[in-house]
Design a protein. Structure first.
Length: 215
């Protein structure tokens, strides 16, 4: 079992719904983004093409970040998910340097607020209770592993059942993001990757990413 994503770039309209869903799901602090939408352009007027890339940690099968972590904080589960044990992370940032996809962020300001000078919002208060984030550590996308684990325990199928699928996937209004088991030959995600010629970003980095992009 190895979880992965396939993202159809032409379906992505750059609405940022996946970004907001991720922040809400994990109660992410201000300026911390596990999921990003990069927007740019190529060409010259009048032949200009808008470029939209939805990016996050690639959960590589051979992750460089795991190899360089001196404390063992960055770990890889048997299902391929790469995550950070905040209790072991010392904030050395070696993993940030090693990651060829620039998919990690340092969370430093534990007192940061969405509305400085005012009281915390109810969402922020709940987040500090349900999903506290430790300042001074590196943070990143975890493929909503809590949803996956809870879903599997309930007999659900990630990528099929909403309750067991990452928040960014189920929130996408254009269905641009697919999720599933890359080790299951007949899974929907493998069908999409095969039929639509999905490919990883920068395969030359040789980290074997678990996210495929469809042009």
């Amino acid at each position: 079992m190895r979880w992965g994503m396939a993202i159809e770039q032409k379906r992505c309209v750059g609405c940022y719904e996946c970004v907001l869903a991720c922040k809400a799901e994990h109660f992410l602090p201000p300026d911390i983004f596990w999921n990003r939408v990069l927007i740019g352009e190529s060409g010259k007027y009048p032949n200009v093409t808008k470029l939209i890339y939805n990016v996050r940690c690639n959960h590589c099968a051979d992750p460089a970040c795991v190899k360089v972590c001196p404390t063992g904080a960055t770990q890889q589960r048997e299902d391929g998910i790469v995550w950070v044990d905040e209790d072991k992370c010392v904030g050395c940032r070696y993993c940030m340097v090693a990651c060829p996809y620039q998919a990690r962020q340092m969370y430093e300001d534990g007192d940061a607020q969405y509305f400085p000078g005012q009281e915390l919002t109810e969402h922020e208060k709940i987040g500090k209770e349900l999903y506290p984030h430790k300042p001074g550590v590196v943070t990143k996308c975890v493929f909503c592993m809590e949803r996956i684990d809870a879903g599997l325990a309930a007999g659900l199928t990630p990528g099929v059942d909403r309750a067991a699928t990452p928040a960014c996937v189920i929130s996408c209004p254009t269905k641009a993001i697919h999720f599933g088991d890359l080790d299951e030959p007949n899974s929907d995600i493998n069908r999409v990757i095969k039929e639509k010629h999905g490919h990883p970003f920068h395969p030359e980095f040789d980290t074997k990413p678990s996210i495929y992009y469809i042009d």
